[in-house]
Design a protein around this ligand. Sequence first.
Ligand code: FES
Length: 132
Amino acid sequence: MQEGMMETAASLAGNREYVVCAFDDLKSGEMKIAPVGKFGVGVYNIEGALYALTNYCPHEGAPLCLGRVQGTNEAGSSAVERVRQVRAGEVLRCPWHGWEFDLKTGKSLADAKRGIRTYAAFLKEGNVVISR
Ligand code: FES
């Protein structure tokens, strides 16, 4: 069981808040899984900005938040620069088959109609807190 995990998953129904950890315990570039909902919620600190997404990939159910946060590729503008890396630190890549999701919105980069649930993540009294 990961640090901070409880025996039973919490629910954020009714806009309840869940304290994930002290802000000092979630360094920039780190992620913690909060035991919220059926699959848990990955909570990220990306250069001081907090994001939270359900730990479940809509493709085949992978623990999405175990994937890497990175950028994505897009077509370059010339024959010399055929592909370029963009959006560094904004994209969560599924560890199973590589689907990519916008860390801020939860939307799939390949199909904006698909996506994962995001949560509000914020600092409150020195703690990282999430809510719907
Ligand atoms: S389970 Fe995530 S891309 Fe397949």
